[in-house]
Design a protein around this ligand. Sequence first.
Ligand SMILES: *[C@@H]1O[C@H](CO)[C@@H](O)[C@H](O)[C@H]1NC(C)=O
Length: 506
Amino acid sequence: MSAPPPRVSASPAASKLHATAPPPFLAAGRGRGRDALVFAAGVAVATAVLVLLGSSASVVLAPAGTSTSSLLVASPIPGPDDPPRTFYDDPDLSYSAADGHHRLTGWDAKRASWLRSRGLLLRRSPEKVVMVSGSQPEPCTGEAGDHLMLRLLKNKLDYCRLHGIKLLYNRDFLHPAMTSYWAKIPIVRAAMVAHPDAEWIWWVDSDAVFTDMDFSLPLSTRYRDYNFVAYGVPKDMERKSWLAINAGVFVVRNCQWSLDFLDEWAQMGPAFPEAHARWGKVFKKDLADKDSDVACDQSALVYMLLSNRDRLLGKEKAFVETEYFFMGWWGEIVDRLDGVAARYDAVERRRSSPELRRRHAEREHVLYAAARNAAVRGAVPGPPGGWRTGWRRPLITHFTGCQPCSGGRNPTYTKESCDVGMRRALLFADDQVLRAYGFRHAGPLNDSVLPLPFDYPAADNLFILGRKQSKPELVVESYASTTSSCVTYTLVPNVPSYYDHQDGCH
Ligand SMILES: *[C@@H]1O[C@H](CO)[C@@H](O)[C@H](O)[C@H]1NC(C)=O
């Protein structure tokens, strides 16, 4: 995003604080003389009104850009700490993605102005992220559907806590027609307006599981020049399959380009019934593998991006990630997770990596994650974030087609494979989280936990396949499938060193 220079609102807030002390945004900057004059006039009027109203009421000035003579007297607003006026005070501001009458324009300047008014403009490193996910307003109808939704939410909560990301979980249809898979667009757009301090909004479908708690999105490096990133498959993009780009996980920069992009996407949705019906037929005709003529959010995204490559793909526009599991399909992943875990354990067991085994506070997670990523880089093949070849942890394992809430699975998958796969992925992630609390699960599909000995997983403390691991450097080559788990990790109980270090209280 190349944000135009911020414009400072000429309309001051009218609290008592601001009547005596100018707000910080007036203190510096070029070309603000006129603003200061308008401010001074506003203060004079506001002070007069305050005198008339007494201390229990305050005033609201007219929206930015109108003259101070149209001063409005309104109901009480927050008093002494009332900060400068911003775009939020504009009565025409719309949060809606499907509101043809109130397009949000000039967002980059509005956002910059808000950040400046709160003293946040220069403090945007690391870039702030708000993750947004959600599920339907009603209870799930599938067996244990609500329990699964809770576990899937817990997984996102864990990832966000570890990475200092705010999580917004939504269960409302913000536009009555934008239901089901279309519901994400209104909430993502509203989140951009509600979080001007966030540089990025990261949408993650409810049925996507974080399976690498160490990985941080390369937002300020690889994605620095882009505004929208989703996962895609090059060969499917070539033949314009509606499955070529996945709409279930995407990250979008909080800027005007993105608002316009989301509006364009939303306009193919059910909030615009005639266009929606027309687009459904176009997608069925033009996109490979599409056998329904109902326009879904993903066909709309694929069509939009692939039919407008020059306009929408490229720098300062959209980017399709094809090199790691920004979002991986569960069928390609879950049976390999035990093999991934074994390789990470082997790296941590090495005599040369005592720092990776060091216990630490959860708030230091990102530091230890970086050290672990550096250690596995040469030892475990594959790109960070995981890939179908190699054994790095996949960032996201997406259970597309399993429909955990409704239970209405894609008939080509069995209930067993979906359920076992999901439990496997969730426990795989939970073990990474529980580590900071001194525990891990008793096995890949076992809900019981075991305490971790000091210096875990050093070979002295660990038995594999019931035998003490003789060669600590050895990578376990065999791995379990989700249906026939054969590699199990057994911790030796009562390892003295663990208890020797319980010296926090006396
Ligand atoms: C899970 O692990 C616990 C503790 O090791 C064990 O007692 C239990 O039998 C295991 N459960 C299953 C289903 O394997």
